[in-house]
Ligand binder design. Sequence first.
Ligand SMILES: [Zn+2]
Length: 438
Amino acid sequence: MESYGKINIFISQSETGSQAMLEYVFTQIFCEWYGREINVFSDTSLISTAHIVYCDSPSLCNSCSALTVYRHHNIDEEISQLGKWNELPVFFESKEAYNSFDIPFDIFQAVFLLISRREEYPSLNRNLSFDKHGRYDYKQSLAYRLDFLDRPLVDEWLTEFEKAFNSKIQGISLVPKNNQHLITIDVDNIYAIKNKGIVKTLLSLAIAKIKGRESDLKLRLAVLFRKKEDPFFNICEIAVKLPRESVMFFHCGGYGKNDKKTLFPSLKYWKAKQRIDKMINVGLHPSYRSAHSLALLKFEKWILEKCLGRKVTSTRMHYLLFNFPKTAHTLMNIGITDDYSLAYSDIPGYRASTARSFKFFDCEKNCATNLTLHPLIVMDKTLRSNLNMSPDQAVIYLKKLKEQCEKSNVPLTMLFHNQNLSEIDGWGEWNKVFDSVL
Ligand SMILES: [Zn+2]
């Protein structure tokens, strides 16, 4: 049937823009996101068969029945302000293109620029700044500087592109894939009270006693005497509530200032991980230290694989320590195919301006890869600690984010921590935030 045919894309011969980059972005958009096949060519004698004409010449657009897309010449051009197309902010546009092209800005290079994250590569950008954990400072990003970090701009563009395509092209159409919202859980600490070692345990009891914290003391004693479950050991109850496609990431590293707060793992924890692996998806949460040590990272992956009895192929970096392109190289090196770290820790939003998953393009080697990056949009800790939201405000905020994503037919990926779904450290009420997204 014609509507399942290939999309023919004519691209003008040009010195600019890399072939690998264009191939990648066409494949990502049309094949991966829309599930269509494509046929890309530059032979002008075949231009009448094209569904999309991608060029810089208005004369080629005249009397063209294809959807015409303006081709911009310099992807490295400094972008200091935005234009407007169909009420959406755009760049890589040309004033003249508004009169002659259906899509007057270079949507393909613009999508590439935003999802490739080339602006985060130290080798391609001088004087980048990083925070105390070595993470890219989001304030340098184009999305933050030009005020669109809070919207899935790539997805909004594609919704408009889809409409333009479907209304101009007969017999073939672009239909977005169905996307479900995704809940993910990071398990950093499995014990709040137990398995801390004798010194720390006695010290905590003494502090609770001296400071007159009666309920804290009671809870600690009840847990230590096995009358009550440790408040952080809530992972099975969480997993039972989650939809099948959810992902839980387990920290498998050792004790450390920025790592786990437990000295010894327990057999019970080992078995809980195996049980959860049968209910939902499970991935590795590489420790803070392993982000800087390949040997340690391999060891942690091996531990989780031993426990689950299968290969582990998904990760989310602890502290969202994901640096382009270094972390991607490391993860591919150890056989990871899916990573869920793409977010900024201090602010919610769309780090790659999309909520859709996409393949990592290596801007240093100039090639597409098989590593899928799953953008994370919002994390519990950011809402409470950085935005100072109350649980009620967070419920409303998440509802709005969901609606924003549904408008563009894209999934909202959220992150909760098991320890923040327990009753301690003032997180008690945040359970209702979690329940609101189930
Ligand atoms: Zn973590």
